[in-house]
Design a protein around this ligand. Structure first.
Ligand SMILES: [Zn+2]
Length: 343
């Protein structure tokens, strides 16, 4: 199954396969969690399966079983796929689940050796994330890329090609997975959200919040983070409706930046609803913004941005949040917008 936001990238790969122009080295790029590993799996299945990725045969199932988080085979520092002619190279994860920062040269050497064995069948090597290779590892890989063997395909996955040496980039054909906001991606997301959360969500807004990365929306909605977020959002709306509730937000303490982010999303959503004259989304939010001057929402948004950016300095973030919350709690009956985060 091709993910809807992978369509353009996959079409490019499919053309390479169909025209027999698949290079020796491919680079798949895109933001974290955009699904580079999944696109690679789709590509390999299409390339090797007799029915071009039927999803049912032993080969398709073996490749689908591979999981990017599986531990390395410590003795060889790489990992073999469930499909025997494929190897993976990635950073090590220790017993405590901590991931090393770099892919090292001995790993890349082992990876290239595994690919260099003589065989009739195509040998595939997948290295992720290529932007985590240290300099010597990258140089070692370059040697293999410069003298490609006929029967090998090296697939590099990388978040940011800018972190790769130009010498490696020039040896690879790249395919980029772009962020997605389109209708098909939204429908896919709606369906998958309904499997984990029983609530109404503004899917386009969720995609905006994650900069167009659908898997990121799902992981954010499935963790503890989401429950906290819901709690903060409810409290923030309560405050705007009943200002006295401002004294009951002790659990904001220690989470000031997250609360500011949550309020920022509420205000952005408020501005959007107001400008579209659209009454959808959260009932309480509609109730609040109906009587607020749009100009005040923009000024509050500006103050929230400013507070968030100051949070990286040694400013008293609790005080800043308190000031923002006082304005937010009175937002619907403010006569004049006060000065809060700037001096
Ligand atoms: Zn198949």
């Amino acid at each position: 199954m091709i993910l809807p936001w992978h369509k353009n990238a996959f079409t490019k790969l499919k053309q390479m396969i169909d025209q027999n122009h698949l290079p020796h080295a491919l680079l798949i790029t895109g933001m974290p969690q955009i699904g580079k590993f999944e696109l690679m799996q789709q590509l390999v299945q299409t390339l090797l399966c007799q029915d071009q990725s039927c999803g049912q045969c032993a080969l398709c199932r073996a490749i689908a079983k591979d999981n990017p988080k599986e531990a390395l085979d410590i003795s060889v520092l790489i990992r073999r796929s469930h499909y025997p002619n494929m190897v993976y190279c990635r950073t090590e994860i220790n017993d405590r689940g901590i991931e090393s920062k770099n892919i090292r040269i001995d790993q890349v050497r082992s990876f290239c050796e595994a690919l260099n064995k003589t065989a009739d069948d195509l040998q595939i090597g997948v290295l992720f994330y290529a932007d985590q290779m240290n300099v010597s590892a990258a140089n070692s890989l370059l040697k293999t890329l410069e003298e490609p063997r006929d029967n090998t395909l090296i697939i590099l996955l990388a978040h940011n090609p800018k972190n790769l040496p130009a010498t490696i980039l020039s040896r690879c054909q790249s395919v980029h997975i772009a962020p997605a906001y389109d209708q098909q991606t939204q429908s896919w997301l709606e369906h998958h959200i309904s499997e984990i959360q029983n609530a109404d969500f503004d899917v386009p807004q969720l995609l905006e919040n994650t900069h167009g990365v659908p898997f990121k929306v799902l992981s954010e909605l499935s963790g503890d983070g989401f429950i906290h977020y819901q709690n903060w959002q409810n409290k923030l709306l309560d405050i705007a409706i009943h200002p006295a509730m401002i004294n009951q937000v002790q659990d904001f303490e220690g989470n000031e930046v997250e609360v500011l982010n949550c309020l920022q999303n509420l205000v952005i959503e408020g501005i959007r609803l107001k400008s579209l004259g659209y009454e959808g989304g959260l009932v309480e939010l509609n109730q609040v913004i109906k009587i607020v001057k749009t100009d005040f929402l923009f000024r509050l948004l500006d103050d929230i941005y400013h507070a968030i950016s100051l949070s990286k300095t040694n400013v008293n973030i609790k005080l800043l949040l308190d000031n923002v919350l006082i304005v937010w709690s009175h937002i619907s009956h403010l006569q004049r917008y006060p000065q809060i985060t700037r001096t």
